[in-house]
Design a protein around this ligand. Structure first.
Ligand code: SF4
Length: 334
């Protein structure tokens, strides 16, 4: 065990990428980077991180911002609930802790939208507390190195990996260990075809040079079922005005803006559009658990039955936070 910790810590000192959130102890910046980097590649997330700390250099600026501005800055990153939670949590820290991030794991994990992974990351990186982070990279390395085939999407599996990581983390350098194991997964023990020949762990790794074991680890029980949805959008413009709606309810893209929408069970044009709009664009938009078949209809300007249309000035459209599917359509129009 000691070897594992020593080897990846030494590897990290030699191979770590220089990233701005690694050279700070500011818990607000660390938290921002962690939220941005969930489900986002580092090269893409980096620009967003820099934009956020430029626009909101202290936590209270983010807390005081209006939600639409936060969503606008987030536009393009996807998984918008992350941005909404980020904003709400900033307000909680402003209101309950006078804008100063709490300094213990127990307090941090009580904050809205912060789970064990993010709480461990903030506690260790900002406050040097010995809490092990377990993300996708960590599952992969531990399962391959130690030969653990317990499903990582099961309760018992999660517990086993968390306990193992907690038992490995050195009290003297928790931040370094957490950074090292995650970086090792991102650069060396990558999901597909890792280069075991150049790996410092190959002499003691339970999966080294074995493509079958590498492929099956980490083991997952089952894939989530994909839901098919059919979205029919109405693009209606008149007198320099454009019809726009805000999404409501607990669903994808909550509170983002889009054209008036009819969702149906199939790809047939809704009867309301038949005589007054024509199909001008269609695409399949893939989200993690849903496939959205999207159809955009341009209206000829005639009345559309059953729609309560709200209009904005067309020139103001860039100020509204919109989702990627809307962006795709607008790009196709250019
Ligand atoms: S030897 Fe191969 S499978 Fe094992 S940790 Fe290194 S890269 Fe991953």
């Amino acid at each position: 065990m000691a070897d594992f910790v020593l080897l990846i810590s030494d590897w990290y000192r030699l191979n770590a990428r220089e990233l701005p959130w690694r050279s700070t102890k500011n818990p607000y910046f660390i938290w921002l980077s962690e939220v941005i980097l969930q489900q986002t590649r580092v090269d893409q997330g980096l620009n967003y991180y820099l934009k956020f700390i430029e626009n909101y250099p202290v936590l209270n600026h983010l807390a005081d911002a209006d939600e639409a501005s936060v969503l606008k800055l987030w536009q393009g990153l996807g998984y918008y609930s992350r941005a909404r939670n980020l904003h709400k949590t900033a307000q909680q820290v402003r209101d309950e802790y006078q804008g100063e991030f709490p300094k213990t794991y127990q307090e941090i994990i009580q904050l809205k939208g912060i789970g064990p992974y993010t709480a461990a990351a903030i506690s260790s990186f900002a406050f040097d507390l010995p809490h092990a982070v377990v993300d996708g990279n960590v599952y992969r390395i531990l399962s391959r190195y130690y030969g653990i085939d317990e499903a990582i999407d099961s309760g018992p599996g999660k517990k086993i990996f968390q306990e193992l990581a907690d038992s490995l983390i050195p009290e003297s350098a928790p931040a370094l260990f957490n950074q090292a194991i995650m970086e090792f997964g991102a650069i060396q023990c990558v999901p597909n075809n890792p280069d075991c020949g150049s790996c410092v762990l190959s002499a003691s790794c339970a999966s080294a040079f074995n493509p079958e074991l590498i492929k099956k680890r980490p083991f997952k029980k089952g894939k989530t079922k994909v839901r098919k949805r059919y979205f029919h959008y109405l693009h209606l413009e008149k007198d320099q005005q454009i019809a726009l709606d805000q999404r409501t309810g607990k669903d994808v893209w909550e509170k983002l803006y889009e054209f008036p929408l009819i969702e149906s069970d199939d790809d047939l044009a809704p009867s309301a559009f038949k005589d007054s709009a024509h199909l001008c664009y269609q695409t399949k938009h893939i989200l993690s658990h849903q496939h959205i078949y999207a159809y955009f209809y341009k209206s000829t300007g005639a009345e559309i039955e059953g729609f309560e249309l709200k209009f904005i000035d067309k020139k103001d459209l860039p100020d509204y936070p919109i989702h990627r599917l809307m962006e795709k359509y607008l790009e196709s129009e250019e």
